[in-house]
Design a protein around this ligand. Structure first.
Ligand code: G6P
Length: 533
């Protein structure tokens, strides 16, 4: 089985209505899996038995299981950077042993985890104070993987918050930090500078601005700063005392880092015990990914559905549609996770990729998206596979009628995508409204839904810290499996470098200290327009 065979299978599937697959009794059971509070339904896709076995043999031929084991064993599978990939160690139980270059990394992980918990307890209890008293607000300054995970997690688990208020600043646009600090009291604010490299220009610019803001109100601003980084030399240079520096190793990629020190703001929001539940959820998904047969393995199945839709059927994008307002930042988080990991045109060995790279990932929570872009999903010419997510229960039992409406909407959307509405039915509707002849036909055509549009639905009971941990680890491993099947390295991100280099080179030009000579005509004109405004 290879990508050419997959394309042939996909060509056959194009004329097969998904709905017809439900004529086989038991399809919903056969094309769904349950695992530990999660239910993944992929029966509303154009995958039948034959497709499924072809996809599974693609996973076998590309050595998914062996590569998975290599990742967990600490092998240097991030080959372009010569690094292991062990974010799973951050959520592993204290008792296990995980070796990188012969050394067990777990004692270090556990020690940092315990230091984070101690610091968190001190902040939450008021043992650690600002220079004006108990900490009321925490500002996490970071970007990319040092922002999206904590932002997503803090919002997702807001019903568990019982600590200080958490704020996030990521953009180098001064508006972001100005708006965030405007309402805060520097004497009772803790600033966390989150940066794996402690070198990212946006984060360091914002951190310096925050320190200047604090210095106007307190005598030793550094005492109200903490740092999360792999670069302890740079954190010391910035003036943050080692007891408030929480380090991690280069085998944790930025977009995979919310399980360790980068998750400190989440730990402060919900407390160490609940943060541990989040880690346990992730660890449970790790165990499932390592042990379950490929055909019952949730990350593998999500990956195979993704490969089928993008590389097989040629659908350019996929939408992530959580029917859970608190997951409003999940699509943005998954954009980095999936697109920075698998948006690559060169295979691990340096050759051109034999097929399309990872898809564009986008989305918004339902029901909001329904009133914005679902028009295109239902009637546009592009087919967008939709990944719905819904909790069986919400955190507001007193508002249960809201939740039932939410669920009804989620299920109705996947049903509408599957079944559509025929021209015949649309004609009946328009005739009932009194339309006739040519006008009836014209009006009816606008009301046709082609249907036969694929979707999956992930149901969980309630969005607890544990469930969130499972879901995030599920997506991490899905991205890994897709990367293995595509033959690329999901753990580097060379594609972000060129823009950074050019931005640094443009700074002196914008400062008027260097000429724009050598720049292309468009860039020169843009510089002129901005400088003369
Ligand atoms: O955590 P930092 O070192 O500040 O990096 C922040 C982010 O910037 C980089 O440009 C990468 O694209 C991201 O993967 C990373 O998460």
């Amino acid at each position: 089985m290879n990508f050419k065979d997959l394309a042939e299978l996909a060509a056959d599937a194009k004329d097969r209505p998904i709905l017809s697959l439900f004529e086989t009794p038991g399809r919903a059971t056969q094309f769904s899996r349950r695992f530990d509070g999660l239910y993944f339904d992929f029966s509303k896709t154009n995958i039948d038995d034959k497709t499924m076995s072809a996809l599974l043999s693609l996973a076998q031929n590309t050595d998914v299981a062996a590569k998975r084991d290599a990742m967990f064993s600490g092998a240097l599978i991030n080959e372009t950077e010569g690094r292991a990939v062990l974010h799973s160690a951050l959520r592993a139980p204290d008792s296990v042993e995980i070796r990188v270059d012969g050394e067990d990394v777990m004692p270090g992980v556990v020690a940092t985890r315990n230091r984070m918990a101690d610091f968190t307890k001190d902040v939450r209890s008021g043992t650690f104070t600002g220079q004006g008293g108990r900490i009321t607000d925490v500002v996490n300054i970071g970007i990319g993987g040092s922002d999206l995970g904590p932002v997503m997690g803090v919002k997702a688990l807001s019903s568990y918050h019982d600590g200080p208020k958490i704020h996030f600043v990521s953009n180098v646009d001064g508006a972001h930090i100005a708006d965030t600090l405007a309402d805060l009291n520097p004497e009772t604010t803790l600033v966390i500078v989150a940066s794996k490299t402690f070198n990212t220009i946006e984060t360091m610019t914002n951190a310096t601005t925050a320190r200047d803001w604090m210095a106007k109100a307190v005598s030793t601003p550094g005492d109200q700063f903490a740092a999360l980084s792999t670069a302890d030399d740079k954190t010391a240079e910035f003036g943050i005392a080692p007891e408030r520096v929480f380090g991690f190793e280069d085998w944790v990629g930025g977009r995979y880092s919310m399980w360790g020190p980068i998750g400190l703001s989440l730990m402060i929001a919900i407390g160490p015990d609940r943060f541990m539940e989040f880690l346990h959820g992730g660890a449970a998904m790790d165990a499932h990914f390592r042990q379950a047969p490929l055909a019952d393995n949730l990350p593998v199945l999500l990956a195979l559905v993704g490969i089928w839709h993008h590389q097989g059927m040629g659908y350019a994008t996929r939408a992530v549609l959580p029917y859970e307002q608190r997951l409003e930042r999940l699509p943005a988080y998954l954009q980095q996770l999936e697109m920075e990991s698998n948006g690559k045109r060169v295979a691990m060995d340096g050759s051109d990729l034999q097929t399309a790279s990872g898809p564009v990932v986008w989305g918004e929570p339902g029901t909001n998206g329904q009133h914005a872009f679902y028009q295109l999903i239902h009637q546009g010419t592009a087919i967008v596979p939709c990944e719905f997510m819904i909790g069986a229960k919400g955190h507001e039992p007193e508002l249960d009628h809201h939740h039932r409406l939410l669920v009804a909407n989620c299920l109705a959307q996947s049903e509408a995508l599957l079944k559509g509405r025929s021209l015949e039915k649309a004609r009946e509707l328009m005739a009932a409204k009194g339309f006739k002849d040519g006008e009836l036909e014209r009006q009816a055509r606008h009301r046709v839904f082609p249907g036969n549009r694929p979707s999956t639905t992930l149901v969980y009971d309630l969005l607890t810290p544990y469930r969130l941990g499972q879901i995030i680890a599920l997506y991490e491993h899905r991205v890994f499996v897709e990367g293995v099947i595509l033959g690329l390295n999901s753990f580097d991100q060379w594609g972000v470098e060129l823009g950074k280099e050019l931005a640094i080179a443009l700074q002196p030009v914008l400062d008027g200290k260097a000429s724009a000579e050598g720049k292309d005509g468009s860039t020169r004109a843009l510089i002129d327009v901005i400088q003369s405004a």
